[in-house]
Design a protein around this ligand. Structure first.
Ligand SMILES: CC(C)(COP(=O)(O)OP(=O)(O)OC[C@H]1O[C@@H](n2cnc3c(N)ncnc32)[C@H](O)[C@@H]1OP(=O)(O)O)[C@@H](O)C(=O)NCCC(=O)NCCS
Length: 173
């Protein structure tokens, strides 16, 4: 685990909004069931929306040698959660780049960033039927909290909150 991948993970700022938009819309098209967000809504976002999102949500993009975005993750304060928690959202790796450790590296990046921001914990929500993601999170040291939601758009599916310590050493620290 954690082996090097020929992809650079880069913290983006608001001027990088076009690549973030492209990767995010591809993620929502490719994995509509993994995310609570609506593709139709984000397709209508203007430049100002993307810039505002990037100003309020620290975001990292995984960029290939050819400049193409291959992955995405953001770290946000979750409304209603403790001040010293940071919340992982939008984690996605392009299908052609999966199972090479990129999801692990993106998570490692946000667990370190959370620690740098002074967070005590890093949390996330994952659907119980998303086996790839649950497997990744458990291996990355996230544990179940028992806090569950039923998906409003499909009450047969549930999601659960997972948590792990923020750590300056990342996933192995
Ligand atoms: C979940 C996701 C981010 C994993 O990205 P990835 O780059 O393939 O993950 P990694 O290569 O770093 O895998 C790390 C570990 O996660 C687990 N894992 C990843 N994909 C898996 C799969 N298809 N089946 C089982 N375990 C898997 C394994 O433990 C894996 O380690 P291994 O390859 O040594 O067995 C990716 O599958 C994805 O983008 N899925 C769609 C969007 C999504 O579900 N996002 C999360 C929303 S909460």
């Amino acid at each position: 685990m954690g082996h090097a991948v020929p992809v650079l993970i880069r913290r983006v700022d608001e001027d990088d909004w076009p690549i973030v938009r492209d990767v995010r819309l591809r993620a929502l098209r490719e994995s509509p069931d993994a995310f609570g967000a609506s593709l139709a809504r984000e397709e209508r976002f203007t430049e100002a929306h993307w810039r505002m999102r990037l100003r309020t949500s620290p975001t990292w993009v995984a960029v290939d040698d050819d400049g193409a975005g291959r992955g995405l993750v953001s770290l946000v304060p979750e409304p209603g959660s403790p001040e010293d928690d940071r919340h992982v959202v939008s984690l996605w790796v392009a299908p052609e780049s999966r199972r090479r450790g990129l999801g692990w590296s993106l998570l490692d990046t946000v667990v370190r960033a959370g620690a740098e921001e002074g967070a005590r914990t890093v949390s996330l929500w994952v659907l119980d039927d998303n086996a790839e993601a649950v497997d990744l999170y458990v291996r990355a040291g996230f544990t179940r909290t028992g806090e569950k939601h039923v998906l409003p758009r499909d009450p047969s599916r549930t999601e659960e909150r997972y948590e792990r310590p923020a750590s300056p050493g990342g996933l192995v620290g």
